[in-house]
Design a protein around this ligand. Structure first.
Ligand code: ZN
Length: 400
């Protein structure tokens, strides 16, 4: 919302619009920017001066003259400043440094089991301090951008509800800013992944897009006419807690038969172990004996090797997730649905099964030119999604 007469806000808006054009079209001249964004040459020049002072933009050579002097071109200065993206899920924290093109420069992960921390905020702050200690120029850090599963109030910087990490109404932004003195951004993980696709992925042009994530949780982010639909209190997209079976198991949210209990990695793991204990033959049986536990990676390998048990369980996940996706397709009529998350990444078999299912069961009018697609970023999608929350604010103030 632009308040008329708020000069500071307009300056910030102009700055992010100009910065975005430089990112997308640079090297570009000041005159060309003024033409493209329809902002006066004087304003463009003063914005670029400010952006150069902030080391976000640099001059780079000259362009073709249209009569007079050759124009000096400007482009993004991608590597002087950096930002930290942090993806927190139920089992691990991934911390990565990024340049302004959302390229990962350094990345580490910490496993997140109950025995590794007593308070997830304190644990996160300690790990961030360790990570930042590796950088000489901390002043060049533009900010820390964190995504969580569950319900997040992005405006207030509060994790409203995250049952897996036992968090409720935690003012994480304030806590981190007080401890590290670096601007901090927080959003839901799936919203971050959707922003990554819109900013840097293969599907930037789509204006009605849904991103579904499936891993240790299940969530959705909904882009309606190029704006994220957040709901009344920021809780939209809790796809994993849509009920598909009222005779099903009790969910951690208190309801019965939620989708998540049929398709999440935890549900999948229990199902594999149960089938093995009943004597089903599978290469996963040896893996479980040798390593003591199954990972998504070993499950994917078994699917690739066409292990009958792994394939039948993958088909079953595709069936239940497919049921949920048909409901989403018929309700929102999206242009595309991107399915990411650890269970879907590097898993073309799964994406194909989902496409077959929704094509058969959705309204015919809704599946014309429609496709379910994998994430553009594979295993890095979560952490690039985290970084994209800050980058989105830096480059596009117009889409929320
Ligand atoms: Zn639930």
């Amino acid at each position: 919302m632009v308040r008329k007469g708020d000069a500071k806000l307009i300056r910030e808006l102009n700055r992010s619009i100009i910065l975005d054009i430089i990112r997308k079209q640079g090297p570009i001249s000041r005159a060309e920017i003024s033409k493209v964004v329809q902002i006066s040459p004087t304003t463009v020049a003063s914005c670029i001066n400010a952006l150069m002072e902030d080391s976000l933009v640099m001059e780079s050579g000259t362009g073709v003259s249209s009569g007079g002097r050759k124009p000096i071109l400007v482009q993004l200065n991608p590597n002087d400043r950096f930002l930290i993206g942090v993806a927190v899920n139920a089992s691990k924290i991934t911390i990565a440094a990024f340049n302004l093109y959302a390229t990962v420069q350094k990345k580490i992960s910490h496993s997140l089991r109950n025995e590794t921390y007593s308070d997830v905020c304190d644990f996160l702050i300690t790990r961030l301090k360790d990570f930042l200690a590796g950088f000489e120029q901390k002043d060049n850090c533009l900010g820390i951008s964190i995504t969580f599963q569950g319900i997040v109030d992005a405006n207030k910087g509060v994790v409203v509800y995250n049952p897996k990490l036992n968090m409720s109404n935690v003012s994480l932004k304030d806590k981190i800013e007080a401890a590290l003195h670096i601007p901090t951004y927080i959003d839901n993980d799936t919203n971050g992944s959707l922003l990554a696709e819109k900013g840097y992925g293969h599907y930037q042009q789509a204006k009605n897009l849904i991103y579904v994530t499936i891993g240790d949780g299940v969530g959705a982010s909904i882009l309606v006419n190029d704006a994220i639909y957040r709901g009344y209190l920021g809780g939209a997209g809790e796809f994993g807690h849509t009920t598909i079976n009222f005779n099903g198991p009790v969910c951690e949210c208190g309801n019965i038969g939620c989708l998540e209990n049929y398709v999440s990695w935890q549900a999948t793991q229990s199902r594999i172990e149960e089938e093995l204990s009943q004597g089903k033959q599978s290469i996963l049986s040896d893996v479980l004996k040798k390593k003591g536990q199954l990972t998504i990676e070993t499950f994917h390998q078994a699917v690739l090797q066409q292990d009958p048990l792994a394939l039948s369980i993958m088909d079953n996940i595709a069936f239940y997730l497919g049921v949920g996706l048909v409901n989403i397709i018929n309700l929102f009529n999206p242009e595309k649905i991107i399915v990411g998350g650890e269970l879907a990444n590097n898993n073309p078999y799964f994406i194909q099964k989902l496409n077959e299912f929704v094509l058969k069961h959705s309204l015919e009018t809704h599946t014309e030119n429609f496709e379910i697609l994998p994430s553009s970023f594979g295993d890095d999608s979560e952490v690039i999604g985290a970084a994209s929350v800050l980058l989105h604010d830096l480059f596009h103030s117009t889409i929320r």
